[in-house]
Design a protein around this ligand. Structure first.
Ligand code: CS2
Length: 501
């Protein structure tokens, strides 16, 4: 079967949208760290519109510091891939031309890893690279979720303090780029964070500065004042591409695309405004460039991600495979909607262009989209890095303002049962979480007793803030609900919740 590449574009069906610019004359201007499905479906889609609207030297090189090996996939395809937007039975397929190549730091063992890290760094050091954007997941920042500060005892950070030229971590990688640019006396690229981490740009900056204090303390003031770290809010639901998506594409087009990505039609991108940054004309094609990106982040994190995280654990524990199955169930769906409307919305800021109630309903519709096969196991992955911003912070706010909070308590209890189950199932490979070893230890220490396990786990300050223990009866309430969830009474709990609202 022919592989998707420049020569084979002509084989694609006519209704596949093609790049409306001269791809031959596209030269690199951006490096993206973590060019996975999300990047290729979201940022690259905005970027493709931009290249068509206002062409410039803004080709993108994707660099993956971790698996999957994007180089292996992208090299034979010359950077080309298709992104498919799906709703119901409809799909709209677009060939994306803005990605020029993929490079992976794919060797796990030294000295090959060191060589490939240096090669990746040299690509970024080229003066034409003006932007380094990233989607490296929450844990990529190596910060402590409960505080937002660099986890200085993180093994990758410990390594990068010792061997800063061959970094393992994202903050280490960014710091080395900054140092290389200083050495060659070039201007710094603008770093753009696009992960679901609150104040993502600021968090990255703080982590890089903290690392710099150890590696090159004399540079700290320059980094603090001169390097631009932009925060963004990104939104589009993008599940991992399945084998069946790739094989259906093959039978439809007669062409094989191993880098195919699938997502929903909805998309939003809000980027922090910094007049010093030199960026492509993303604002011309729908990205918002504004000052208060934080408010948009908060709204998106607590409504979209909050609803996903609440329902993903409840759904996974109830054997739902996909989020659309969870949202196809009226009890689960209405629980999600009510929880956000009643417990989360009252504490959110008003943001321009978003009517909060409509936004919640729209989110529910998006999550119901049966054409998007987003596995509950996928969203449950790395839950320990997500629950602080998605569930615990809103819960804290609801205590402070005295609004109902029972649905959030149910959602936190569901996560605790979920991590309890994970901690007891050492053979499962489906869901990973950097907190798993703590959960395994806590489970052993508690002799498999859920209530004792919760006591043990909640002591972990990296995930759980102190205030949880200070609110009278809260832990007791969470434990009682967790016990009910463990006894498979999720449906009953949600029905009871709904009958009280
Ligand atoms: C999801 C997000 O896996 C997850 O953590 O909650 O990827 C989510 O689908 C996106 O943030 C939506 O924009």
């Amino acid at each position: 079967m022919p592989v998707l590449n420049t020569r084979n574009i002509a084989l694609l069906p006519e209704n596949v949208q093609r790049p409306q610019y001269d791809r031959e004359s596209l030269t690199p201007g951006i490096v993206h760290l973590g060019s996975g499905a999300f990047h290729r479906t979201h940022l690259m889609d905005f970027h493709e519109d931009t290249l068509e609207h206002q062409f410039g030297a803004w080709g993108v090189i994707g660099i993956n510091l971790r698996a999957p090996d994007i180089g292996a996939v992208m090299t034979p395809q010359e950077g080309l891939y298709c992104r498919q937007l799906r709703f119901g039975k409809e799909h709209q397929t677009r060939l994306i031309g803005g990605l020029l190549a993929g490079k992976s730091v794919s060797h796990l063992n030294e000295p090959l890893r060191r060589k490939s890290v240096r090669k990746a760094l040299e690509i970024i050091d080229a003066p034409e690279i003006k932007v380094v954007s990233m989607t490296v997941t929450e844990k990529g920042y190596c910060h402590t979720p409960s505080t937002g500060f660099l986890q200085e005892d993180h093994p990758d950070i410990v390594h990068d303090i010792k061997y800063p030229r061959y970094p393992l971590s994202v903050p280490g990688f960014v710091l080395e780029i900054i140092q290389m640019r200083l050495c060659s006396d070039q201007i710094f690229p603008t770093f753009i964070s696009c992960d679901n981490v609150p104040a993502n740009g600021k968090t990255l900056k703080n982590c890089v500065l903290k690392l710099a204090e150890q590696v090159c303390p004399n540079l700290v003031p320059r980094i603090a004042n001169e390097v631009i770290f932009l925060s963004t809010m990104v939104d589009r639901i993008v599940p991992a591409t399945r084998k069946i998506d790739i094989s259906k594409f093959k039978s439809w087009t007669g062409v094989s695309d191993a880098a195919l990505v699938v997502g929903e039609p909805y998309r939003m991108w809000v980027i922090e405004d910094d007049k010093r940054a030199q960026l492509p004309a993303w604002h011309e094609v729908g990205a918002l460039i504004i000052n208060n990106v934080h408010d948009y982040e908060l709204v998106k994190m607590r409504v979209v991600n909050g609803m996903q995280t609440s329902l993903t654990h409840l759904g996974h524990l109830s054997n739902f495979k996909y989020m659309s199955d969870v949202f196809g169930n009226e009890i689960f769906r209405e629980f999600g909607r009510t929880l956000i409307m009643k417990e989360v919305l009252p504490n959110l800021p008003q943001v321009k262009g978003i009517v909060l109630k409509n936004y919640v309903n729209e989110t529910v519709d998006r999550l119901m989209n049966p054409a998007i096969k987003h596995r509950t196991a996928q969203i449950s992955t790395d839950g320990s890095q997500k629950i602080r911003h998605r569930l615990l912070d809103p819960l804290h706010d609801s205590f402070k303002t005295g609004i109902p909070k029972n649905g959030l308590t149910i959602s936190v209890a569901a996560w605790l049962v979920h991590i309890f189950e994970l901690g007891g199932d050492v053979n499962q490979k489906e869901i990973s979480d950097p907190f798993l070893s703590v959960a395994i230890r806590a489970r052993k220490a508690s002799k498999n007793n859920l209530s004792h396990f919760i006591d043990e786990l909640i002591k972990e300050r990296t995930v759980f803030p102190q205030w949880l223990n200070e609110i009278p009866n809260l832990i007791g309430e969470i434990k009682a609900i967790a016990d009910q969830i463990q006894k498979q009474h999720v449906d009953k709990i949600l029905r009871e919740y709904l009958s009280n609202h």
